[in-house]
Design a protein around this ligand. Structure first.
Ligand code: SF4
Ligand code: SF4
Length: 136
């Protein structure tokens, strides 16, 4: 098992500072890999990252919601070019740095979103993407 970072991630970065095995890294380039990602082969499922996320974006893999019910106002973030994701998010991360994400969408109150498709990009980041290159 592993933990999964979902599209609710807005690159706060706080989770990476508490992971005891340092298996959370920021996706780069940001337009292709907008979230932070967890190395599934290294994660020890300690759960320390979950309360650090201000956007409640992290779940144990088997608890990633297939019907996440939005409170309203949450942003979800996708790679640039994803249809329907044309809102820009600007915020401040855990270190006080500005974060800009150009392909986001704001959820409406009561909107139900399937977050389980977010599991695959976490694995792909380490198997095929920049995470793989970093581990070589
Ligand atoms: S703390 Fe949450 S928003 Fe920040 S990088 Fe981690 S998962 Fe993403
Ligand atoms: S569950 Fe623990 S080991 Fe896994 S990513 Fe989160 S902090 Fe790191």
């Amino acid at each position: 098992m592993t933990h999964i970072i979902t599209s609710l991630c807005l690159r706060d970065g706080g989770c990476a500072t508490v992971c005891p095995v340092e298996c959370i890294v920021p996706g780069k380039p940001t337009d292709q890999w907008p979230w932070y990602y967890i190395d599934p082969d290294t994660c020890i499922d300690c759960g320390a990252c979950i309360p650090e996320c201000p956007f409640a974006a992290i779940f144990p893999e088997e608890e990633v919601p297939s019907a996440y019910k939005a409170k309203g106002g949450e942003y979800i973030s996708m790679p640039v070019g994803t249809p329907g994701f044309d809102t820009e998010y600007t915020g401040t991360n855990h270190d006080g740095e500005t974060v800009v994400l150009t392909a986001t969408r704001i959820l409406a109150a009561g909107e139900v979103v399937d977050l389980t498709p977010d599991i695959a990009p976490n694995e792909a980041f380490y198997k095929e993407g920049p995470g793989y290159d970093a581990l070589k």
